[in-house]
Design a protein around this ligand. Structure first.
Ligand code: FAD
Length: 478
């Protein structure tokens, strides 16, 4: 009888423990993806940009499976019911999947296993979405670690993760199994079709992920420790959405990076830094394991009393990249167009929302959730809470990023701003991060009309900073 592999956030063929185990049985394999927005409690419904990515990623997986003589069956509905029905229909003996160490996903997998057991079908889950299991990285009294440096030391001390598994060379012939067509899931926008920028920027799928990793380790990683902070340079791997959808696994990244470091010891400092960023991803996921409501609950309860402002106009100006602060606006427009934003600029733009505009971090988190192709249930809320000061190992609230100085330091020639805020492109580097301090003739010759072609700052930096500190003081006094 055939077996089933249930694909989840692991849309790849290599280093896929469940697929590997299924292929070893010698039985025909049915590869299945279930689009489940119905199970309760379910995982957080995907935002728009992530839905677009998912559609492309499923197409790429389907193409790779064809080359092994297999197909990808698509079905929609509550996972437990859908998988049990298919197992029954196809007379499958076993269902394999990779585990996801997060509460809603664990619950869902438990329901699937129970539904299968009821009809006499066995199931087997495999770890592999993380470098280290959250259950292994605990304090003496059994709690998760809340400070990054000791957390990362512990993960590293727990030794190399298992070596990545090869992709199967072939999969047994599968009986014809009916499934949905991808189009019926309506994952991609039609009218209006806002995904042109995403199509221009990305090629989702395992093959691209592997190519990107290789190019990055061969030619991008030298100087990473410094370049990674420069939004005007191409200094990071661009792997986050591929990691998000499991088109590449963290242990593939780990081993490839270690191999590169052994081959070129001069790069080991940069490679360690790169791996420690992967460590942050891991840290965020472990946090989510302990705090399933990370996207809605302040990790530090004192923030529950924070006097956030409700200001939809300001929120909208931030979302559209119309705050009058060029580095913030460039970042927000990059996000809208490409589905990602450079990490340094994410920090500055997020800080601007929660500090200068005093808008609840959850509003920003939600916007990022909808617009990021790498929107991650761990990394997104954990980083927002880090910026807001309400999170684990967080930046202190009183450290208010200065968006002008951040721009001047990390985009010194204004290349990044010129790219995303073209209406300022003619300003010289000395003025591009502070157009309001240009003299009228300078603005005129650059074709900038403040308040018309580009907004005046939505709030004065110094006033914003003082207002934020006052709001924070009320919290500490409460
Ligand atoms: P690289 O520099 O090449 O790093 C390699 C990998 O390390 C990344 O792909 C990513 O998986 C991981 N990583 C790097 N920095 C972080 C970090 N600070 N936290 C967690 N993991 C990290 N990252 C997401 O993957 N999804 C999100 O939803 C997300 N939301 C964010 C929200 C805010 C407010 C901030 C400040 C950061 C957020 N990040 C998020 C982290 C970071 O900005 C991105 O991971 C990074 O920009 C991705 O680019 P890259 O793959 O080129 O990174």
């Amino acid at each position: 009888s055939p077996c089933i592999v249930w694909f989840r956030d692991d849309l790849r063929l290599s280093d896929h423990p469940a697929l590997h185990a299924a292929s070893q049985t010698g039985a025909p394999v049915i590869c299945l993806y279930v689009f489940d927005e119905a199970s309760k409690p379910n995982a957080r419904p995907l935002g728009g940009a992530a839905r677009w990515w998912l559609a492309q990623s499923l197409r790429a997986l389907r193409a790779s499976l064809y080359s092994l003589g297999a197909t990808l069956v698509l079905r929609q509905g509550p996972a437990a019911r859908v998988i049990a029905n298919l197992a029954h229909e196809a007379g499958a003996g076993t269902v394999f999947w990779n585990e996801i160490a997060q509460a809603p996903h664990r619950t869902m997998a438990g329901e699937v296993a129970a539904a299968l057991a009821e009809i006499g079908v066995t199931s087997q889950g495999f770890p592999g979405d993380l470098l280290a299991a959250p259950a292994h990285i605990r304090t003496k009294d059994g709690r998760g670690l809340r400070v990054f440096a000791p957390f990362w030391r512990r993960v590293q001390a727990s030794g190399d993760p298992p070596k990545p598994l090869p992709a199967p060379r072939t999969l047994g012939a599968v009986p014809d199994v009916a499934g949905d067509t991808l189009e019926t899931w309506r994952l991609e926008p039609t009218r209006p079709d806002w995904a042109a920028g995403l199509r221009e920027t990305w090629k989702p799928g395992e093959i691209s992920a592997q190519a990107r990793l290789q190019i990055f380790l061969e030619s991008g990683v030298a100087g990473y420790s410094i370049q990674r902070d420069r939004p005007d340079r191409n200094g990071t791997s661009g792997l986050s959405p591929y990691l998000r959808f499991g088109e590449i696994s963290p242990r593939q990244l780990w081993h490839a990076a270690r191999f590169a470091a052994a081959a070129r010891p001069a790069l080991s400092g940069d490679i360690d830094k790169f791996l420690s960023e992967l460590g942050w991803r891991e840290f965020c996921r472990h946090l989510l394991f302990d705090v399933p409501d990370l996207a809605t609950r302040n990790l530090q309860p004192s923030f529950d009393a924070f006097p956030w402002r409700r200001d939809n106009r300001a929120l909208r100006a931030w979302q559209r990249g119309q705050t009058g602060y060029p580095i913030v606006d460039a970042g927000m427009r990059e996000l809208w167009h490409t589905g990602v934003m450079h990490n340094r600029v994410r920090m500055v733009a997020a800080s601007f929302l929660v500090k200068h505009l005093l808008i609840d971090w959850r509003k920003g988190e939600q916007w990022f959730w909808n617009t990021l192709v790498d929107a991650d249930a761990g990394s997104n809320p954990a980083n927002w809470q880090w910026v807001a000061g309400s999170g684990a190992d967080a930046a202190p609230y009183f450290r208010v990023f200065n968006p002008i100085l951040q721009g001047e330091k990390f985009d010194p020639d204004g290349t990044y701003v010129r790219r995303w805020v073209p209406e300022l492109a003619q300003l010289p580097a000395s003025l591009i991060h502070r157009p309001w301090s240009a003299a009228p003739p300078e603005l005129k010759s650059a074709g900038v009309e403040l308040g018309r072609s580009y907004p005046q700052p939505i709030i004065d930096h110094r006033q914003g900073r003082e207002r934020a500190l006052k709001a924070y003081a009320t919290l500490r006094g409460s």
